[in-house]
Design a protein around this ligand. Structure first.
Ligand code: 5GP
Length: 183
């Protein structure tokens, strides 16, 4: 933690209990909508890992796991214009119902990129579940089929989300204070 200078403090925005109860609702909707469908849950690494693991265990229909890793931010908090595919899915999605599990939709560029990438692969359907939606900074329209919470235009951390690779293990969603990572 020595490279970030003054230690920012974290103000709780969404508590662990609120996350748990919202995930239960999302999982119920997803389980209903994907009953009798060949479902693949796609985890967008790294940020969605915690959300993915908790949500997946609340979904009651059979499903497969897959992972994709894209980079848009590097180690900064300003959304990059360039999206880079670091690790692709391990299995074909042809004929399957793909539900992309994303931690936060901010500018929409990452989800836009993933939709462009996956759309040509013959999936039976393609949809996104996002824990957080930060609509204030949207640059590209994204249809979010399942949304956990809307958050204000603040840099958030915790529950998988990082600031310079730290804070991912906080069990709640918080906003960074006392420093201005967005510059
Ligand atoms: P987008 O491409 O929609 O601008 O950004 C999506 C990605 O940017 C997310 O998957 C996440 O990694 C990162 N991101 C966007 N906003 C925030 C934020 O407030 N906090 C953190 N930690 N990451 C964010």
């Amino acid at each position: 933690m020595s490279d970030i200078g003054e230690e920012p403090s974290v103000r709780v925005l969404i508590s662990e209990a609120e996350i748990t109860s919202r995930l239960q609702e999302l999982a119920r909707e997803i389980s209903r909508d994907y009953e009798d469908k060949d479902l693949v849950l796609v985890c967008v690494l790294k940020g969605s890992m915690v959300f993915f693991a908790d949500l997946a265990r609340k979904i009651t229909v059979p499903l497969r796991f897959d992972y994709i890793c894209v980079d848009s931010y590097g180690d900064n908090t300003e959304s990059g214009e360039e999206i880079e595919l670091r690790t692709d899915l391990s299995e074909s999605v042809a004929g399957r119902h793909v539900l992309v599990v994303e931690d936060i939709v901010d500018t929409g560029r990452t989800m836009g990129y993933l939709f462009d990438l996956l759309e040509g692969r013959g999936a039976a359907s393609l949809a996104v579940v996002a824990l957080l939606d930060k609509p204030a900074r949207r640059k590209r329209e994204v249809e979010i089929a399942y949304r956990g919470f809307e958050v204000p235009d603040e840099f958030v951390v915790g529950y998988g989300l990082d600031y310079r690779q730290q804070y991912r293990n906080l069990p709640y969603i918080g906003a960074l204070e006392s420093s201005s990572p967005l510059g």
